[in-house]
Design a protein around this ligand. Structure first.
Ligand code: GLU
Length: 451
């Protein structure tokens, strides 16, 4: 087949019978990348022939997740709304001797429509797996439909792919065993054979099929956890595919450009949350500052805005520190919960004894260290109040009197918490005036306590 000048048509046909997990999202993405690369069309088709298990809420989940991932499509279509098409094919198959109505004695089926299996050898070339051969005798006369109005999966898939002109079927390799039946039906209804690419399963760290048990979530749950769309697309793309040069941070447009079926691996792809977190961090970090700032402000607890020293100017100084540390947007919330943001925007409250470094129990000494820092910083010109200069002005003193002895109280006076940014960064972010004020307050606190 000459696929060069033939329009590429793919499909993403989820069964809306459960949450939209990462495996489905990855299948959608591979189809989409391939389709975009070749300027084709991807159909979204809900395979809802299972009436009991199919639910509209699951369809919505798929649509919302695809929207979020930026995967566009043609449709959606629903198999439940196409029964007349399947019926016509069933009737023709019966007329042509490819199917027959079978009265079932066992079970409570009544009659069903069965495929008249020609019992042939089938071989197809999978783009990823290579040649796959199958003796269809073992499939027997399988059931195509419960009745003319109730088609089952294999018939509906084949009829739809034919009707929609699907050229490439990219789907999970758990469908390999379905392919021979579907090829038999294609041959019976005169449908051309599409090109198949069966992609490897996604595995958990223990190499079994990825599931909730491994902590895997539905696609939109990752959004709620503060992953961003571009990072998820990047990560999903690497699940079973790679451009082959060890590059991992890849933007959407580049993915489209680089994506080829022949770079898809055969073996299972292990889901690695740490790698996903790392990629999310990279994508967040490389966003234009303005965009990331807005995202952070959107998720920042509103209490922060109400703090007495909150200002846009101060936030802009804190922003690089948040950016440096965050892996997900949710981390902003976490930092706030752990009291790692508040002290930037309000004077800290603490017990003066906390100002003592662990090996310096004498508060009078601590007071003298703080006083020395205060005097030194006071003498610094405002325009030099940046990390390197601040550090330089204090460093020798800190080294000669014990770094912990000197820098711990400085940091504590500025933040009031055990874990915070380093004292020089704190001083720069707070600015000269506020830094001096907080150091002064520490001295006052000690004096009050000592009286
Ligand atoms: N509806 C099937 C599923 O959700 C997909 C069938 C196919 O890709 O042919 O697994």
């Amino acid at each position: 087949m000459n696929s060069e000048n033939k329009k590429i048509i793919t499909r993403f046909p989820p069964s809306p019978t459960g949450g939209f997990h990462v495996g489905s999202a990855r299948t959608a993405l591979f189809n989409w990348l391939f389709t975009k690369k070749h300027g084709g069309v991807m159909y979204l088709r809900f395979e809802d022939t299972d009436k009991e298990r199919s639910k509209r809420e699951y369809e919505k989940d798929v649509i919302d997740a695809l929207d979020w991932l930026g995967i566009d499509y043609y449709g959606p279509f629903r198999q439940s709304e196409r029964t007349s098409l399947y019926k016509r094919h069933l009737q023709e198959m019966i007329k042509g001797g490819h199917a027959y109505v079978s009265e079932e004695k066992e079970g409570d089926r009544g009659s069903v429509i069965r495929f008249k299996n020609p019992n042939t050898q089938i071989s197809f070339e999978d783009e990823i797996r290579g040649v796959i051969k199958f003796d269809t005798t073992e499939l027997g006369d399988f059931v195509l439909a419960k009745s003319l109005d109730e088609p089952l999966y294999h018939l509906a898939v084949v009829v739809d792919d034919f009707d929609m002109g699907v050229t490439h079927i990219i789907r999970g390799d758990d469908h390999i065993s379905n392919t021979p039946r579907q090829i038999l039906i294609q041959d019976a209804i005169g449908a051309p054979r599409p090109i198949y690419a069966h992609i490897p399963l996604i595995l958990g760290p223990d190499k079994s099929k990825l599931s909730k048990r491994h902590g895997a979530k539905s696609t939109l749950e990752y959004k709620e956890e503060g992953f961003i769309s571009d990072a998820m697309v990047n990560y999903l793309a690497l699940l079973g595919w790679s451009p082959g040069n060890n590059v991992e941070y890849i933007q959407r447009d580049e993915l489209v450009e680089l994506f080829t079926l022949d770079k898809i691996q055969k073996g299972g792809a292990v889901f690695n949350i740490d790698k996903f977190l790392w990629l999310n961090k990279e994508h967040l970090y490389r966003l234009p500052g303005k965009e990331l700032k807005e995202m952070i402000l959107d998720v920042m607890p509103t209490d922060i805005f109400k703090l007495p020293q909150y200002s846009e100017e101060r936030f802009n100084k804190v922003f690089p520190l948040i950016r440096e540390r965050m892996h997900t947007l949710q981390d902003v919330q976490k930092m706030s919960n752990e009291g790692e943001l508040e002290y930037f925007f309000e004077k800290p409250g603490y017990h003066p004894e906390s100002l003592n470094w662990k090996s310096e129990p004498n508060i009078k000494n601590t007071r003298s260290y703080i006083k020395q820092i205060l005097d030194t910083l006071e003498g610094m010109p405002e325009e030099e109040f940046f990390v390197p200069k601040i550090k330089e002005s204090i460093w020798d003193y800190a080294e000669s009197h014990g770094k912990g002895n000197v820098l711990w109280p400085m940091r504590y006076a500025l933040s009031g918490v055990d874990k915070s940014a380093d004292p020089f960064t704190l001083a720069e972010v707070l600015g000269k005036t506020e830094t001096l004020a907080r150091l002064n307050e520490a001295i006052l606190k000690i004096d009050e306590h000592e009286q």
